[in-house]
Design a binder for this molecule. Structure first.
Ligand code: 1HN
Length: 345
């Protein structure tokens, strides 16, 4: 590839004249913005151990009352982007949130989309647009763009969950803002029971509202049972994986980030091809190895790691007799909509 002219090759006076008119020559930076063959990611492969962060999160509970935090979160920040940028990848934000018994995180709504993957504890709930969604370990709860949401806790032990948002992207677009609100009136229980059997959806004689987000809570008991059934009934499957989708349309459950759950059968080793999307792996149950060029992570329960796009990765179940279950988030839905999604075999 032809080497291009550098900034230093240009006369000082010329550079000053350009700067004076807010002009910049492209050629000194062209190779940086269009690197040959594959992007140069800022996103580093990083792992956050739950054992390491949990005591610090609980300490935040002592140091900062909920009223002074609104959301008591330790952000899982990727040093490749700079810790102050609060990015796990270019588009994905990750945070571990703590809610103590009796606490309440007030209602608001905002433009970024969020999901919560519950990590530990019982008795907490998120109310989304009046729908009360109880939290249990492994449950996925959506709080999509524009929907009111607040968190409460009627239990007696700390509750922790992983927040996954498309905040870095929405912030980059200068489209991120919040509206504060009053406590919501609970108008319904979580709607997941109405969608408990795939292929059957509520269809009253009256027109359905055509809700963009008909299902806000995906209980882990059901997702896990589906994975186990899939593994049993289709032993030849390359990957025992299910996607979290809108049960009415079959499309990804949110527009920007995609979510799935993967079961690694006992002793299984699964090679994933390089895909253009960045990925997050969060261990729901069991233990898995995550290896990619130059890095190897060993995930224990509740650990979380991220890897940049365009990277082949091998996942392996460390147990020979127990299944391992992993929650995966990626930005494939966004990349597909934009036409930049690739799989490289
Ligand atoms: C948010 O609304 C929550 O509602 C958690 O629990 C984390 C991080 C950035 C922006 C909004 C929540 C968030 C957030």
């Amino acid at each position: 590839m032809q080497e291009l002219g550098r900034l230093e090759d240009l006369p000082e006076a010329y550079r000053t004249a350009l700067t004076g008119q807010n002009l910049v020559p492209l050629w000194p930076s062209l190779r940086a913005v269009l690197p040959p063959g594959k992007p140069t990611p800022r996103t580093q492969p990083i792992c956050w151990s739950y054992e390491g962060l949990r005591p610090l999160l609980l300490q935040a509970g002592e140091l900062t009352p909920i009223e002074k935090a609104e959301r008591r979160v330790l952000v899982l920040a990727n040093p490749g982007h700079g810790l102050d940028k609060m990015q796990a990848s270019a588009t994905i934000y990750l945070g571990m949130q703590l809610l103590l018994p009796g606490e309440w995180a007030p209602a608001h709504r905002h433009t970024p989309n969020a999901v919560r993957m519950i990590v530990e504890g019982e008795g907490a709930y998120t109310t989304v647009e009046g729908e009360k969604c109880p939290m249990s370990r492994g449950d996925l709860i959506l709080t999509p763009t524009g929907l009111w949401h607040e968190h409460g806790h009627d239990g007696d032990k700390p509750v922790v969950w992983l927040d996954v948002l498309d905040l870095p992207l929405v912030y980059f677009m200068e489209a991120s803002y919040v509206t504060e609100g009053k406590a919501q009136t609970v108008t319904a229980e979580a709607n997941d029971r109405a969608y408990q059997r795939g292929g059957v959806v509520p269809a009253p004689v009256f027109n359905r509202a055509g809700e963009a987000f008909p299902m806000l809570r995906y209980p882990w008991v059901d997702v896990r049972a589906t994975l186990v059934a899939l593994a049993q009934s289709q032993p030849d499957l390359d990957a025992v994986q299910v996607a979290y989708v809108n049960p009415e349309t079959g499309a990804d459950c949110q527009k920007i980030l995609g979510f799935s759950a993967l079961m690694l059968r006992p002793g299984e080793r699964l090679q994933l091809p390089a895909r253009s999307c960045a990925m997050v792996f969060h261990q729901i149950e069991g233990g898995a190895g995550v290896s990619l060029e130059g890095h190897a992570f060993s995930l224990a329960e509740a650990d979380t790691c991220c890897i940049p796009g365009y990277t082949p990765v091998t996942l392996s179940n460390r147990s020979k007799d127990q299944a391992a279950f992993i929650f995966i988030a990626d930005d494939a839905p966004l990349q597909k909509k934009l036409g930049v999604y690739e799989v490289r075999n």
